[in-house]
Design a protein around this ligand. Structure first.
Ligand code: SF4
Ligand code: SF4
Length: 447
């Protein structure tokens, strides 16, 4: 085993040593209930988890189902009376359970295929929406940066890059010495870890984390909830880094006084509902705190299913019906409460809600849209939302033509088909896929 694998095992053993076997973590697990596992078997499931951790005992059927059902909600961690990071324990246990039953080559092939698909979609969507100088700045190697603060985007937010531009505007307004870094060359390695391909994970995710340290930055601000979870639990706890690590929203909330000083009084009147996800630090509280400070904005708090997953999509996408019910339920409750805007926390949630404007009398914006606008900045077009809404694609196609040329990237009809499936097969609200497919197929034909 590598030193990194040894350290993961130490973390899991430490959790098993502290665990009293009370079973509260299993009792509250939303995905265990979703797949019909009996809360009355909680102490048995946790005893099996401890046995797997200590002896490498093969996972029983019940434990295997629990591990496979996990979508990272962290309700278990919140419920544990001993303060154990149960989500981290479960994540490491799942890796061990897969390692025991499947050759690493099979997981490596799965991970490589998933990574290739994601990288191609991210590359195309970023090239359709960003100018080449901005894209080059984001993709430059992390270890060569010299700024005190690194804003780490991860990979998938580049499908909705106006969010990245908003955060850059906000950090600019704070007059920080910052740089932005991301893209697939700085992946957090989530696919490799999920597929138990630890050697490749170490070369990708573990290496990305080390490159942040090599840059000499004192703060790394994460955006992606998956990167935040992975780096927080699989890196920061493995070896203390030389920098502070935390989500952008938490950093902005901690700097609220400086932000408020820059807020313009003339803001549109809005009644907003935040689409919430628990599970990633203090992001819900931080975003609410930021929004409450924006002039003319009324934050409406609604009961919602915020504990089912730490973000939309990703592992939670396998619970398609539950996710769809969460999206529809929140949009309908927002309309009934007289809200005019849904505010998203993360990029995957933004993609899920981006087409809601085609279905409900609601605007959909990310919290970074609101904060950047309050500072008199922002205003970057949300082309992804145009894709999802359907209707006339003239603006989206004109922008894509310009940005693809600037990036030296061509799309072909096969890529448009693949992108259409990517965008419209995701759980979420959307208008017709036909408008996007036909307009971008025509763009591809024109070359
Ligand atoms: S992280 Fe959430 S889904 Fe996973 S075991 Fe814990 S409670 Fe269940
Ligand atoms: S809630 Fe904590 S102490 Fe109780 S069984 Fe789960 S991990 Fe162990």
């Amino acid at each position: 085993m590598s030193a990194y694998a040894d350290r993961l095992q130490e973390l899991a053993i430490a959790a098993a040593d502290r665990c009293t076997g009370c079973g509260k973590c299993f009792e509250v697990c939303p995905t265990a209930r979703e797949i019909g596992l009996d809360a009355g078997e909680a102490t048995q499931r946790v005893a099996e988890l401890s046995a797997l951790t200590r002896d490498g005992a093969a996972a029983t059927s019940g434990l295997e189902q629990w591990l496979n059902a996990c979508d990272g909600s962290a309700r278990c961690t919140a419920a544990c009376p001993e303060g154990i990071n149960v989500r981290q324990w479960i994540t490491i246990a799942k890796l061990k359970a897969i390692e025991a039953t499947r050759p690493v080559e099979q997981g490596a092939a799965n991970a490589a295929s998933r990574f290739r698909h994601m990288a191609q979609a991210v590359r195309l969507l970023a090239s359709m929406q960003l100018p080449s100088d901005t894209l080059r700045r984001i993709l430059a190697p992390a270890e060569k940066r010299a700024a005190d603060v690194l804003f780490y985007t991860g990979c998938n937010v580049l499908r909705t890059p106006h969010i990245v531009l908003n955060v850059m505007d906000i950090l600019d307004a704070l007059k920080l010495d910052f740089d932005v870094v991301g893209g697939t060359a700085h992946c957090c390695g989530v696919y490799q870890f999920q597929e138990a391909d630890l050697p490749t994970y170490e070369r990708i995710g573990h290496r990305t984390f080390q490159r942040f340290g090599q840059s000499g930055a004192s703060h790394v601000l994460t955006w992606c909830p998956t990167c935040t979870k992975n780096f927080g639990e699989l890196e920061e706890d493995v070896e203390a880094p030389s920098f502070d690590l935390g989500h952008v929203s938490e950093f902005l909330a901690a700097n609220l006084d400086a932000l408020k000083a820059g807020f313009k009084a003339e803001q549109p009147r809005r009644r907003v509902v935040v689409h919430e996800h628990l599970g990633i630090g203090a992001t819900v509280e931080s975003i609410a705190k930021l929004l409450r400070a924006v002039p003319n904005l009324e934050l409406i708090e609604l009961p919602q299913d915020s504990g089912f997953s730490y973000a939309c999509g990703g592992v939670a996408a396998k619970y398609k019906e539950r996710e769809a019910a969460i999206h529809r339920g929140l949009a309908e409750a927002a309309v009934a409460a007289g809200a005019d805007t849904i505010v998203t926390m993360y990029h995957s949630c933004h993609r899920a809600f981006a087409g809601a404007e085609a279905v409900y009398p609601l605007k959909v914006v990310n919290f970074t849209d609101v904060i950047a606008e309050a500072l008199g900045r922002g205003g970057h077009p949300d082309y992804y939302s145009l894709y999802k809404k359907g209707g006339a694609m003239d603006e989206a196609v004109a922008a894509a033509r310009k940005f693809l040329q600037s990036n030296g990237v061509k799309i072909d009809e096969a890529s448009v088909q693949s992108l259409t499936a990517d965008i419209f097969n995701e759980t979420g609200l959307a208008g017709s896929r036909e408008a996007f497919a036909s307009a971008f197929t025509e763009l591809a034909r024109q070359g």
